[in-house]
Design a protein around this ligand. Structure first.
Ligand code: UFG
Length: 330
């Protein structure tokens, strides 16, 4: 049996592929390379294309005996989704429906979905448990929540089970130094902060300093990308052992502010990293911190990397050695 990783050439996808390779799985990847990087993965079966392409999916499911699909292809920018919802609903909701229908048609039973902490919106309390209020503050979060709801109905109707993994803030890079975060354009805090240390930007803009948090800046739960990759393996094993469909949080359970990330990055890089206070970014929640007890109890997952300093150090190692990410031509 083979596994299919949709979006396998992306930041999290490439780390999932790396973990699957270590475990000697037969891996098939589909990626349209709009944001992914072919160089980030070394697989025998690569299809450049889109999960919205029914004919491509028919071909892939006919050519390979696949029992698990990992779906990691989505647009991911909260702010952009507020200004361009159409882009997000079309890509993050419409196209995965084609993928799901194709899985049903070809009797593929297991689905591991990249969901997000953004499904909660402004939290009713922290740490967040899976059954707390979900009221997304951006089309990005809303598109992911809508797909989770669709998955629940598909799983009732068809021979199909899923695990929706609600990632909190994916961060860091593989400790082997070969793969890491390479978005173009970049919108995430840690890579942007580190690009100031590399001299590629003059300063880091802090989006709002009057949130109801201890230092006024947003709190996030940063979880290492390799820990997220491991959770995908655990989710697959759980489904293969007959586990029922579930959604679960993946985080470290600790919140760090934007200012704390900048301070720690100053310490790690030895650079002064100038910062500026800017207005709030649309769609941001003040704090997102996970309670990952369910993932621990049901999947047997617990993050191995709990030190924020180490997370940022792995990111710094990657960015220092790949200042243009995978984009050699920049
Ligand atoms: N931030 C800044 N300045 C920047 C960039 C970000 O102050 O230049 C702040 C944001 O306002 C936010 C925090 O840093 O408070 C983290 O922002 P990121 O853009 O790095 O990450 P987000 O929390 O917006 O979103 C990320 C993923 C989503 C996921 C979410 C879950 O992109 O896919 O984490 O918490 F849903």
């Amino acid at each position: 049996m083979s596994v299919l990783v949709c979006g396998g050439a992306g930041y999290i996808g490439s780390h999932v592929v790396s973990e699957l390779k270590e475990l000697k799985y037969d891996i098939v990847v589909i990626d349209n390379l709009e944001y992914g990087h072919r160089e980030s993965i070394n697989v025998d079966h690569f299809y450049e294309g889109d999960i919205g392409d029914k004919n491509l999916l028919d071909k892939v499911f006919s050519n390979h005996k696949i029992d698990t699909v990992f779906h990691l292809c989505a647009y991911i920018e909260v702010g952009e989704s507020v200004s361009n919802p159409s882009k997000y609903y079309n890509n993050n909701l419409s196209k995965p429906l084609t993928l799901l229908d194709s899985m049903v048609k070809h009797n593929v039973p297991n689905f591991v979905f990249s969901s997000t902490a953004a499904v909660y919106g402004e939290p009713e309390g922290v740490p967040l448990k899976e059954d707390m209020r979900k009221c997304p503050t951006s089309p990005y979060g809303d598109s992911k929540l809508a797909l989770e709801k669709i998955l629940a109905w598909y799983s009732k109707a068809y021979s199909f089970n899923y695990v929706a993994l609600r990632y909190f803030n994916a961060s860091g890079a593989h400790p082997n130094g070969h793969i890491g975060e390479s978005h173009d354009p970049e919108s995430h805090l840690i890579p942007l902060v580190l690009s100031v240390a590399l001299g590629k930007r003059d300063n880091i803009k802090i989006f709002g300093d009057d949130y109801p948090t201890p230092d006024g800046t947003c709190l996030r739960d940063y979880v290492h990308v390799c820990d997220l990759a491991l959770a995908h393996i655990k989710a697959m094993e759980y489904l293969k052992n007959g586990g029922e469909s579930i959604s679960c949080n993946l985080g470290n359970g600790a919140g760090f502010s934007v200012k704390e990330i900048i301070d720690l990055s100053r310490e790690i890089t030895g650079h002064s990293i100038p910062s500026l206070i800017e207005k709030k970014r649309d769609g941001d929640s003040s704090e997102l911190i996970a309670d990952s007890t369910l993932a621990n109890n049901i999947l047997g997952w617990t993050p191995k990397i709990t030190s924020l300093k180490y997370i940022i150090e792995t990111a710094w190692n990657w960015h220092k050695n790949h200042p243009n990410g995978f984009n050699k031509n920049l």
